[in-house]
Design a binder for this molecule. Structure first.
Ligand SMILES: [Mg+2]
Ligand SMILES: [Zn+2]
Length: 200
C-alpha cells in the first residue's frame, strides 16, 4: 500500500488517504537532558544517538513531531519566544547531522490551569494529526515520563518508554503507581527508534 514502486517503496511514506505515520517525541529528558525550566537556548544539549534516530525515522517515512509541556511560560520563568529559540536551536543542531523535527507543539500552561493541551492531555497530538494528516493508529510516542505513556495510550499510539539515566527509577515508580504498561521500554532513544521501525 502506498509505495510508488521506486527504490524507497519499502518505506511506504503514505498510508491510505494520503495520511502519514508519525513518531511523537517528548523533548526534555528524551531528546535533551532535562535541565528543568530550560530558558537559554545556548545551554541546550542533545543526547547521543538522537540525531541519528530522528534521521532514521524520517528516512522510513515518519513525520517526527515534538510535543512538550513548557509550564515555565505560564509560571513566568521564560517567554514563548525563548521556547521558540530553543526549538530553532534544536533543529539547527539536528540539521548539522542531517535530521530535523517536522514541528513542535507545546503547552505553555501551568498544571493548575487545567488546560486540555498539557500532557497527558491529548489536544496537541490531535491538533498535530489534523495539521499534518497523521494516522494516529500507525503512530508512536517516545517519552521519558508516565505522562508521555499515558497520553500515547489514550490516543492508541504505540507507547515507548525511554527512562533516562538518573531519573529512570522515579519515572518507573510513576508508571507503576499509574498502572501503566508501555508497549516498549528501551534503554536509549536510538534503540527506541529501532524497536519502532522493527514493528513498522
Ligand atoms: Mg520528558
Ligand atoms: Zn496547555
Amino acid at each position: 500500500m502506498g509505495g510508488n514502486g521506486g527504490p524507497l517503496a519499502d518505506a511506504s511514506p503514505t498510508l491510505e488517504h494520503g495520511r502519514r505515520r508519525a513518531v511523537f517525541v517528548d523533548r526534555d529528558g528524551t531528546l535533551n537532558p532535562d535541565f528543568h525550566y530550560l530558558a537559554d537556548a545556548e545551554r541546550l544539549e542533545v543526547y547521543r544517538g538522537v540525531p541519528e534516530g530522528i534521521r532514521l525515522l524520517r528516512e522510513h517515512g515518519y513525520r517526527v513531531i515534538c510535543v512538550t509541556n513548557q509550564s515555565g511560560v505560564g509560571r513566568g520563568y521564560y517567554r514563548a519566544e525563548d521556547v521558540d529559540k530553543i526549538h530553532a536551536r534544536l533543529n539547527a543542531m539536528l540539521a548539522a547531522k542531517g535530521a530535523s523535527i517536522d514541528a513542535f507543539y507545546y503547552c505553555p500552561h501551568t498544571p493548575e490551569a487545567g488546560c486540555a493541551c498539557r500532557k497527558p492531555g491529548t489536544e496537541l497530538f490531535t491538533r498535530a494529526a489534523k495539521d499534518w494528516s497523521l494516522e494516529l493508529s500507525a503512530s508512536a510516542m517516545i517519552g521519558d515520563r508516565a505522562l508521555d505513556v499515558l497520553a500515547g495510550e489514550r490516543l492508541g499510539l504505540l507507547t515507548v518508554f525511554v527512562p533516562q539515566l538518573g531519573h529512570g527509577a522515579e519515572a518507573r515508580a510513576e508508571l507503576i503507581s499509574a498502572g501503566l504498561r508501555p508497549d516498549i521500554s528501551a534503554p536509549s532513544f536510538r534503540s527506541a527508534v529501532q524497536r519502532v521501525l522493527s514493528l513498522g
